[in-house]
Design a protein around this ligand. Sequence first.
Ligand SMILES: Cc1cc2nc3c(=O)[nH]c(=O)nc-3n(C[C@H](O)[C@H](O)[C@H](O)COP(=O)(O)OP(=O)(O)OC[C@H]3O[C@@H](n4cnc5c(N)ncnc54)[C@H](O)[C@@H]3O)c2cc1C
Length: 395
Amino acid sequence: MNERAQLPATTEVLIVGAGPVGLTLAVSMAQAGVPAVLVDKQAAGANTSRACVVHSRTLEVLRELKVSDELVNRGLIVPRFTVRDRDRVLMTIDFDDLPTDYPYTLMIPQDSTERVLLNRLHSVGGRVHRPHELMSLAQDEDGVTGTMVGGETIRASYAVGADGMHSIVREHTGIVFTGDTYAQLFVLADVHMDWHLPETEVMLYYSPAGLVVVSALPGGRHRIVATVDDAPGQPSGEFVQALLDARGPEQQPARIRDVVWSSRFRVHHRLADHYRAGRVFLAGDAAHVHSPAGGQGMNTGIQDAAALASRLTAVLRDGAADIVLDGYETERRPVATEVVALTHRITRVATIDSVPLRKTRNALLRALDWVPAVHHSLAMKLSELSVDTNRGAKR
Ligand SMILES: Cc1cc2nc3c(=O)[nH]c(=O)nc-3n(C[C@H](O)[C@H](O)[C@H](O)COP(=O)(O)OP(=O)(O)OC[C@H]3O[C@@H](n4cnc5c(N)ncnc54)[C@H](O)[C@@H]3O)c2cc1C
């Protein structure tokens, strides 16, 4: 579909950013029959695999948009996380007894997830208007006016910043992005490798040198994520091999055959002080960023979009009072607060370098491994089923 059509002059909801969060919101709006315009500054969608983990709660939310079946068809079902110290399993977290129709983690590259969402957007009559870069945003009592870099303007009742970590929408609202930056860098690599451990597990290797996560991806690839002090912009096979040799399994070592894609990025743990400023809302990375340990970023953002969509629909289509929209921050900000804290803890605990503390940690994890309630609680948290407002109270 030609995405370069002229920008409409007016709409109900202006959505800035067509990543997974903006796409989810646009599909929801189109499906509900609420006029929305989705703009993105890039001439084409991203084609890198970045966030590869889709959790149970996200699949439940996306089922309402009729995209979960397609995601499950394209992805790889992984029902277990393990925490390891070299060859020793310290803790096993099973997802297969979770109270959901999706009792697992789905491994699927982000570009595939975005493709499935985009196809669904087209099938419900929507589109991405690109390339249109929002330059400024002004609001008054009756609405918002977005101005693009090319000078075009668009008037809307509400605007949503789904424009990522460096959100210009957030900047224009003046909402503070409170938090900090991890000293360490994260390396990501999608590789082909000889790997002798189960493909039905996401494995978190705890090591004094840093965390390494290994998981299988569809198509015979593996995803490696690691914290490092320094790394080249595109880590090589040798670089990733050295990380696995130093931190991964010793008895059945991995052997990298080739690197399909690799990247290095700096991670922040930050949370927007507010999710709403007048007629403007924030969702996804624009509102919260954190360590990728646990693969929560995109999941939390997609769920933000679904929650905001149902409130915007209530107001714009069903005539509910504007105050309904205040509930978005109350509903979603505590979820991100918990995710930022949980992923921060996982990252810190994973990288303890004092030998006595490391021994204590390992002993504690092995002891906790005998407590089913601990597994269940962690699985509920990681899958994000623990904060399920549609099922009522927090479990
Ligand atoms: C290298 C890398 C690796 C990652 N790996 C993982 C991982 O392993 N696990 C994980 O959970 N998360 C990971 N993440 C984070 C994950 O990709 C994000 O949480 C997710 O993409 C958030 O989606 P989003 O839609 O909020 O924002 P984004 O995906 O960042 O999308 C924002 C969109 O807004 C557009 N945009 C920005 N500014 C403007 C503007 N002014 N006007 C118009 N459009 C604009 C951009 O072009 C972009 O398309 C990774 C991120 C990176 C960068």
